[in-house]
Design a protein around this ligand. Structure first.
Ligand code: G3H
Ligand code: 13P
Ligand code: ZN
Length: 333
């Protein structure tokens, strides 16, 4: 058993309380490798933003759980080395799909876990979430749950359409499950194709897809039912068109990739939405930079020569999100 406290990590409780009060959101960035982690920590340290390092089940399998734990511990030390005196870094399991996985993460030094039982029937979602909460809370690890279904793929679970969270269920769910935060479905989805062209209109000037707005009425109704309760938005990448263009220009093929417009995320960040999940945008930045170097310098075979620029572009992306979208800069001096 390793306590996250020994690793210098924090859970989400205080982060979220401050974020709701202050009208900003905490960035939850997924990472799978060293360059992503370096970029996240550098961006957070330079902006003094609290940050959630997110690890999916797939990332855990990819990177190895032991290595990940030491990477997170190393991240705290790296942050200090960068001059961030009191880093507020949370290590969070993203989309945990079983009690066993969540328990293993708690035992392995995670400070927060998500149990995503949103594909199960309502009562089973509550029962499994409660089981994870009962275990995690013994170690002061916070628990995120999900109610409602996002369109697209959530690890092995996929759904063609999203089922918005039902506001009339949230009080019962939060009370009986004991979760610390709740991920809701208001029209976001995972990946770089959040909407089909049929769901969008097209800007006649640029030819770009313009996505439909998120269901802010559902968010408002949830907040009315659960005043001050931490709400989480998954699937919140904006799919920056400059990265999509770069990828397409240098040999990739991502036609009509589209995300959530930043102004909608800015609006959400000012509400009880206090955690905003971003993974795809980092993948796009990484891929765009790597493709550019390899296309322009086909003789290059030193990974540092293309992973370095990828890391720089991701750092820029994370800083932009923190400062211009989530508003979490300067909140962890
Ligand atoms: O919610 C999904 C995250 O983007 C993680 O994706 O399961 O491919 O690591 P992954
Ligand atoms: P994106 O695919 O929009 O980056 O969402 C990531 C996410 O929700 C991770 O849980
Ligand atoms: Zn997610």
């Amino acid at each position: 058993m390793v306590s996250y406290k020994e690793l210098g990590l924090v859970n989400t409780r205080e982060m979220f309380a401050k974020a709701i009060k202050g009208g900003y959101a905490i960035p939850a960035f997924n990472f799978n490798n060293m360059e992503q982690l370096q970029a996240i920590i550098k961006a957070s340290a330079e902006t003094k933003s609290p940050v959630i390092l997110q690890v999916s089940k797939g990332a855990r399998n990819y990177a190895n759980q032991t290595l990940l734990r030491y990477m997170a511990q190393g991240a705290v030390e790296y942050a200090k080395e960068l001059g961030w005196e009191h880093p507020q870094i949370c290590l969070h399991l993203d989309h945990g799909d079983s009690f066993e996985l969540c328990k293993s993460c708690v035992d392995f030094g995670f400070s927060s876990v998500m149990i995503d039982a949103s594909s199960l029937p309502y009562e089973e979602n509550i029962a499994l979430t409660k089981k994870v909460v009962d275990y995690a809370h013994q170690y002061d690890v916070t628990v995120e749950a999900e109610l409602g279904v996002l369109a697209g793929v959530e690890d092995e679970v996929s759904s063609a359409v999203s089922h918005y969270t039902k506001p009339e269920e949230v009080v019962d769910f939060a009370t009986r499950s004991g979760c610390d935060s709740l991920a809701i479905s208001i029209g976001t989805s995972h990946g770089a194709y959040k909407f089909t062209p049929e769901q969008c209109t097209r800007d006649p000037k640029t030819g770009r897809l313009v996505p439909p707005p998120l269901a802010f009425d559902v968010l408002d109704a949830v907040m009315e039912q659960l005043p001050g309760f931490p709400i989480v938005l998954h699937g919140s990448s904006s799919v920056p068109q400059e990265y999509v263009d770069m990828i397409n220009q240098y040999g990739g093929k991502l036609p009509d990739a589209v995300g959530i417009p930043e102004e909608q995320l800015r609006k959400a960040a000012k509400s009880a939405v206090c955690k905003i999940n971003i993974d795809s945008d980092s993948r796009l930045a990484f891929t765009a930079a790597v493709r550019k170097v390899l296309a322009e310098k086909p003789g290059e075979f030193d990974p540092r020569k293309y992973c370095g620029p990828a890391r720089d572009l991701m750092t820029e992306l994370y800083k932009h999100k923190i400062i211009n979208v989530l508003g979490s800069d300067g909140k962890a001096e």
